[in-house]
Design a protein around this ligand. Structure first.
Ligand code: NIG
Length: 393
């Protein structure tokens, strides 16, 4: 195997305090040696290898871990977004619009669109990505989306309980039975996780508990959409059920924060969603100060957050959620890894995967300091599919 040294790294974030300064383990003037897909050495500049990439004094970080996306869908909802910017509120009802478009698009079209989005995710610096189903909402369509997600990433999530589809209008409990029975049976061989949108207008606490319980019984890990549009039972339910992560957390009561802080459930903030739906931003400072483990993810989807840029999300978190830049960097690396219960990704350490992002900037601070600027110079490695599915030669 050919070895590669990435040399002349001006600032290296390892996320291993034993390798460098502070909680992020920052090394100034560093090199990293990679053998195939594995990091073999992290140290001062000047190491030798078969090939050399000169980082030119730039900043290198672990590849970002995007722990919440909805990347398998067809169509877009730009007009809905425009109406929202003109004052119309977001209520999640547009999920049905994307469901209609997704159901009428063939597998090849969905796969090609997914590949394009994965390439975009890579350009944005993310090297691990979770992908949810949730725009099929029928047994056959959810099974197709689950297999597409699973072929693309090890972090595939079943979100049949995204919204009650039109044909089940007024029969939400019947739909929950379908999700917990035939639909779960059809997807369980594909996915690692199960998720529910626990929110007024989507699924209530009892329905969400039923879905999570069925998923747990099927051997899946648990995650939850909670407290996006208002206060509600979701966060407490997520903690009670031992979810790896409760996502959104835009509205957190003192009790929610206390429950999260005394659990190993991660609170995943999705600030691009709050930006795009004109919701208030969550008070991350209050959660972090209380001891809550936090992550930041993109929530890339065509309705509430059509971005794959975790740099943008970090800038929002620093500007509007009270997070420091270093907390935001941790939230998109080790935080995202914790939200997926992964200890291998989100750090640059010997024997770890060679998943790295190099900024066209000298320090991590530029991620928030230069919002909207495409700062990702190179992204190296990924544990999702990067070659288009039809092009495996
Ligand atoms: O996480 N809240 C539920 N699901 C997505 C939005 C989906 C949509 O509007 O299409 C979310 O924001």
């Amino acid at each position: 195997m050919t070895t590669l040294v990435i040399d002349n790294i001006g600032e290296l974030v390892t996320n291993d305090p034993s390798l460098g300064d502070g909680p992020l383990g920052v090394v100034a003037g560093a090199s990293v040696v990679v053998d195939g897909e594995t990091v073999v050495a992290v140290g001062p500049a000047g190491a030798a290898a078969d090939e050399r990439l000169d980082a030119g004094g730039r900043c290198m970080l672990p590849g970002f871990v995007d722990s919440h996306t909805h990347l398998v869908f067809a169509g877009d909802r730009a007009e809905e977004f425009s109406r929202r910017m003109a004052g119309e509120p977001y209520d999640g009802g547009g999920i049905r619009v994307t469901t209609d478009a997704t159901r009428t698009t063939g597998r090849a079209g969905l796969e090609a669109a997914l590949d394009g989005r994965l390439a975009e995710v890579h350009r944005a610096g993310s090297t691990t990505v979770e992908i949810k189903t949730g725009y099929g909402l029928s047994v056959d369509s959810e099974a197709e989306l689950a297999s597409l997600a699973a072929e693309a990433t090890p972090e595939a999530t079943f979100l049949g309980a995204h919204l009650v589809p039109g044909e089940y209008q007024g029969r939400a409990d019947d739909y929950v039975e379908l999700v917990c029975g035939p639909m779960l049976d059809a997807v369980r061989g594909h996915v690692r996780w199960i998720d529910v949108f626990c929110e007024t207008g989507a699924f209530d606490a009892d329905q969400s508990r039923a879905v999570l319980t069925a998923g747990r019984d099927a051997g899946l890990g648990l995650r939850l959409h909670a407290n996006q549009l208002g206060h509600g039972p979701g966060v407490q339910l997520g903690v009670e059920m031992g979810c790896a992560s409760v996502d959104h957390c835009t509205y957190l009561s003192d009790d929610d924060i206390e429950a999260l802080a005394s659990s190993d459930t991660v609170a995943t903030f999705l600030p691009a969603t709050d930006f795009s739906t004109r919701q208030p931003y969550p008070d991350a400072r209050r959660a972090i100060d209380a001891g809550v483990r936090v992550a930041i993810a993109s929530n890339c989807n065509p309705g509430s957050s059509y971005t794959s840029s975790l740099s943008f999300c970090m800038a929002l978190a620093v500007r509007d959620m009270g997070m420091t830049i270093d907390e935001a960097v941790a939230a998109v690396t080790t935080g995202g890894a914790a939200a997926l219960r992964r200890s291998d990704v989100g750090r640059i350490v010997p024997s770890g995967p060679a998943h790295m992002t190099i900024l066209d900037a000298p320090s991590r601070h530029h991620l928030a300091y230069r919002p909207g600027v495409p700062l990702i110079w190179r992204t190296l490695g990924a544990d999702y599919r990067l070659q288009p599915a039809g092009d495996q030669t």
